[in-house]
Design a protein around this ligand. Structure first.
Ligand SMILES: NC(=O)c1ccc[n+]([C@@H]2O[C@H](COP(=O)([O-])OP(=O)(O)OC[C@H]3O[C@@H](n4cnc5c(N)ncnc54)[C@H](O)[C@@H]3O)[C@@H](O)[C@H]2O)c1
Length: 365
């Protein structure tokens, strides 16, 4: 199939591009590079040996998106373009609402206009709120009331469900992603977040001296060591879930499906710290910090529906996550090239089409 991946120059997106191409699909990327990097796509090309066109376009720009649907003969969409809390920029609720909902509207419009009837979209464990029933199963209520991001994820799901149920032939699948970590084992692609990023990126930043210490949010949670517990899932396992969902969404006998994409195992933040120390052989400085509003003490998935319907089960461990993440971060201590002081000099604006030539393996230090 020819699959449009929105957000394909981002963290989950670049790994999903590689997995889709390796599964035999043709892939086209649209990404506005607001938090992505063209090197992620060119390296995905190098890893797979296949050309992956990159359109530098805001998905919420309906005219620009229409031009892509006009020319690329898209058969399915994997939707990963969105804003998520990374701590790296001054993102507010308006950023989450505008992008996460706005891009969903335009994408659905174009899909309907062009008769593209398969969509798999990323959602988040944040829809389960800050005091989730664990393990969280897909049938729990998702009216998260404690974070703007969680609310946009929950609203986006509602929009997708309503449109899927009203539009004959349209099949939509949602993957509720838990905490992604790790990187491609080559060390070529990974999370590029020099000033923020997820837990693993922050751990690497401490070890590399970019960050003084890791803030562990609270030591009084009702967990064995008092730190919060999360469901850490390797980004390559997540990518495999998107590949499986693209197939399954066309097979299941319902217009709208939701699957949890998590490991099903809770791991405490301090356990991750210790595993990272064991893998890297380096000490990680950390301190107990205030618990931000809306932080769950324990969050982990019940992934049994995804196993049953997608035939998907994560196969990588937290030690794999740490080892693969560290390899990426050691080889790319400043992330992808070109990111200087937050500037993204290649940004071409809406409608600009960027063609990057693969250039061997330029990422190794
Ligand atoms: N990484 C995680 O742990 C995690 C967990 C739960 C859910 N998710 C969800 O998965 C998706 C991908 O997350 P990620 O970690 O890869 O984030 P990311 O920021 O690395 O990737 C998102 C990509 O989308 C692009 N983008 C943003 N707005 C855009 C727009 N309007 N038009 C075009 N491109 C746009 C960015 O430039 C970036 O490349 C998001 O929806 C996120 O909420 C991620």
């Amino acid at each position: 199939m020819r699959i449009l991946v929105t957000g394909g120059a981002g963290y989950v997106g670049s790994h999903t591009v590689v997995a889709l191409v390796e599964a035999g699909h043709d892939v086209v990327v649209v990404d506005d590079l607001s938090n992505g990097n063209p090197a992620a796509v060119s390296r995905a090309e190098t890893l797979t040996g296949r050309h992956v066109p990159l359109h530098v376009v805001d998905v919420a720009d309906i005219d620009a998106l229409e031009r892509i649907f006009d020319t690329e003969r898209v058969e399915a969409v994997v939707h990963l373009a969105g804003r998520r809390p990374t701590g790296s920029r001054g993102q507010g609720p308006l950023d989450f609402y505008e992008t996460n909902l706005g891009a969903t509207f335009t994408l659905l419009r174009c899909m309907v206009w062009y008769g593209v009837d398969r969509l798999v979209a990323a959602s988040s464990a944040a829809v389960y709120g800050s005091a989730p029933t664990v393990p969280s199963s897909e049938d729990l209520p998702t009216t998260s009331t404690d974070s703007a991001f969680g609310r946009t994820a929950s609203m986006t799901e509602q929009v997708l469900a309503d449109v899927a149920r009203s539009q004959r032939g349209l099949r939509v699948g949602v993957l509720r992603c838990f905490t992604a970590g790790g990187a491609h084992p080559s060390g070529a692609i990974g999370e590029d977040a020099p000033r923020g990023g997820g837990l693993l990126t922050q751990l690497g930043q401490v070890v590399l001296g970019v960050r003084d210490q890791l803030d562990v949010h609270g030591d009084g949670h009702p967990t064995p060591d008092g730190s919060p517990m999360r469901d850490i899932v390797h980004v390559d396992d997540l990518a495999a879930a998107f590949v499986a969902a693209v197939d399954a969404v066309g097979e299941v006998d319902r217009p709208y499906s939701v699957w949890n994409a998590g490991s099903g195992r809770p791991t405490s933040v301090l356990e991750v710290v210790r595993t990272f120390e064991a893998v890297t052989g380096r000490r990680v400085a950390y301190r107990t910090a205030a618990v931000p509003a809306g932080t769950a003490s324990v969050s982990y998935a019940d992934p049994s529906l995804a196993e049953e319907e997608l035939g998907w089960r994560p196969v990588r461990t937290v030690a794999d996550v740490c080892a693969d993440h560290w390899r990426w971060q050691m080889r790319n201590p400043s992330g992808y090239p070109g990111l200087v002081g937050g500037e993204r000099p290649w940004r071409g604006g809406v409608g600009h089409r960027l063609r990057l030539v693969s250039s061997g393996t330029p990422w190794g230090a």
